[in-house]
Design a protein around this ligand. Structure first.
Ligand SMILES: [Ca+2]
Length: 174
C-alpha cells in the first residue's frame, strides 16, 4: 500500500521545533497529506475543499468508505516495542458522522492482535470545526516486529455531510 512515512520526518522535526514539547524520536509517523499530493499520489479521499494544514486533507463522505491511513510493519517504524501508541489528528466532524477511527494490529498469519474502533463522534463534542482528537491504544507484550499496524478512518454506513481528517500522527507513549 501507500508508503506514508519517511519523507515526512523532516516536517515532523520542524513542527516539533515549533512546539518545543514532544520528543521527535517518539513520533513514528506523521502525515499532513500535502506531501502526498505534491508527490503525485492520487486517492479519491484527497481533497482541497478544507484543510487544517496546507491545502490538502482527507475527506470521507458517502462516496468514500475509507480515508487514506497508516499501514506499516512494526519493525519498520520502531526498534523498541511500544507500551502504548497514541493516534492524533485534526478532524472536522459533523454531528451526523458515521465514521470510526480504527487502529489494528495483525500478525504474520493475519490473525488480529489488536482491534480498536472508536466513533469520531465519541472523540469530540465540537462539531463542524477543526478539532484535535486523540486516542491512546495499549499495545500487548505479545506484539512482534513482523506484525502489521494499520490506522485509518472507516465510514460504516451512509451519512449526511463529510468528515475531514488532517495531520495524522502516531506517537510512542511508554
Ligand atoms: Ca494538510
Amino acid at each position: 500500500m501507500v508508503k506514508i512515512r519517511i519523507y515526512l520526518i523532516a516536517l515532523v522535526l520542524i513542527l516539533n521545533a515549533c512546539s518545543g514539547k514532544e520528543d521527535p524520536k517518539n513520533i513514528v509517523a506523521f502525515n499532513d497529506f500535502d506531501a502526498l499530493a505534491e508527490w503525485g499520489f492520487e486517492n479519491p479521499s484527497l481533497t482541497t475543499e478544507r484543510a487544517h494544514s496546507g491545502r490538502y486533507s482527507v475527506k470521507i463522505d458517502n462516496s468514500v468508505e475509507n480515508g487514506i491511513g497508516f499501514n506499516s510493519i512494526l519493525g519498520k517504524i520502531t526498534t523498541a516495542k511500544p507500551k502504548n501508541l497514541k493516534v492524533e489528528c485534526w478532524a472536522y466532524v459533523p454531528e451526523t458522522a458515521r465514521v470510526l477511527l480504527v487502529f489494528s494490529i495483525d500478525n504474520e498469519a493475519n490473525n488480529t492482535v489488536v482491534w480498536e474502533a472508536t466513533k469520531l463522534t465519541d472523540l469530540t463534542n465540537n462539531y463542524q470545526v477543526w478539532t484535535k482528537i486523540s486516542k491512546t491504544i495499549p499495545i500487548p507484550d505479545s506484539i512482534a516486529f513482523t506484525d502489521r499496524l494499520k490506522c485509518y478512518f472507516w465510514r460504516t454506513e451512509n451519512m449526511d455531510g463529510a468528515v475531514y481528517i488532517d495531520d495524522l500522527k502516531l506517537t510512542v507513549v511508554n
